[in-house]
Design a protein around this ligand. Structure first.
Ligand SMILES: Nc1ncnc2c1ncn2[C@@H]1O[C@H](COP(=O)(O)OP(=O)(O)OP(=O)(O)O)[C@@H](O)[C@H]1O
Ligand SMILES: [Mg+2]
Ligand SMILES: [Zn+2]
Length: 248
């Protein structure tokens, strides 16, 4: 197909394009094959579109505020040498698919340090962004700090409610390091965000070093009940810390 050249507006040469077996035409002092020229244009449009998509993806990734350390963390570079890791990867990828279908289900990843929880969460976020959905990565401690900043009387146009409402809007909110620095009052603020997301039918991924029992206890009966309402996936990560080299 040639949509870029009008037949008859260029005179033919005696040269034949080896690739397309078409007569080349005179154009701008050159002899060119219309099909080759058209293909080049398609390729350049394709490249342009690819570059635009990449730019948009990178912009949204930086807006999601994932840790710089996890800029390269993806599902495909998450190694699965144990059954537990393979399951964690599979559950995370399945969760992303459910979110793409606009399901409100929640996700909990608990377990020991260096097991790849943040890695998988960031990989999930990138896939969510690729689907054109909005996501935000934040630690539990930062949520509390953001809300507390709104209490400051100098914080113009901000109220506790408006900050919570911003957190309630993302298609997926990833709350990492739950319980790490949350003393009672701070935990309460994180809980307010969880309640708001429940009320707005929005899915949340919650990550913690707590045991599942302690996390359940910390959330309390009312939140635990709500967190499960539309389906909850729980992944417990209790394998070797990838940060620690074995010493022999
Ligand atoms: N299965 C894995 N495949 C590839 N890289 C991994 C894997 N597990 C962990 N890593 C890498 O090890 C480092 C630590 O992982 P990560 O930060 O995700 O751990 P974490 O479970 O969030 O730990 P913490 O509870 O201390 O926050 C990261 O650089 C991560 O990319
Ligand atoms: Mg982590
Ligand atoms: Zn040609």
């Amino acid at each position: 197909m040639n949509t870029h050249f009008q037949p008859g507006s260029f005179s033919e040469t005696h040269e034949i394009c080896e690739l397309h077996r078409l007569k080349k035409i005179h154009a701008g002092g050159f002899s060119i094959c219309q099909q080759c020229a058209s293909d080049d244009l398609d390729k350049s449009n394709e490249k342009h579109q690819h570059d635009v998509n990449k730019m948009v993806f990178e912009k949204h990734c930086s807006g999601a505020l994932m840790p710089e350390r996890h800029a390269g963390s993806t599902f495909s570079n998450y190694e699965t040498s144990t059954q537990g890791q393979a399951n964690a990867l599979q559950q995370c990828a399945g969760y992303v698919e459910r979110i793409a279908k606009k399901q409100t289900c929640n996700f909990i990843m608990v377990g020991s340090t260096g097991t790849g929880k943040t890695h998988l969460a960031c990989a999930a976020a990138k896939n969510i962004i690729k689907m054109g959905l909005t996501t935000r990565y934040i630690t539990s401690e930062e949520i509390a700090s953001r809300i507390m900043q709104a209490w400051d009387k100098d914080a113009k146009d901000k109220s506790e409610e408006s900050v919570i409402n911003v957190f309630a809007q993302y298609d997926l909110l990833i709350i990492d390091e739950y319980g790490l620095h949350d003393r009672e009052k701070r935990a309460e603020l994180v809980h307010k965000v969880l309640y708001a997301r429940y009320d707005q039918n929005k899915p949340t991924m919650l990550i913690s070093n707590f045991t599942l029992k302690k996390l359940k206890n910390d959330l309390g009966d009312r939140l635990w009940s709500r967190f499960q309402h539309d389906g909850l996936t729980i992944v417990e990560c209790n394998w070797k810390d990838a940060r620690i080299q074995e010493v022999s």
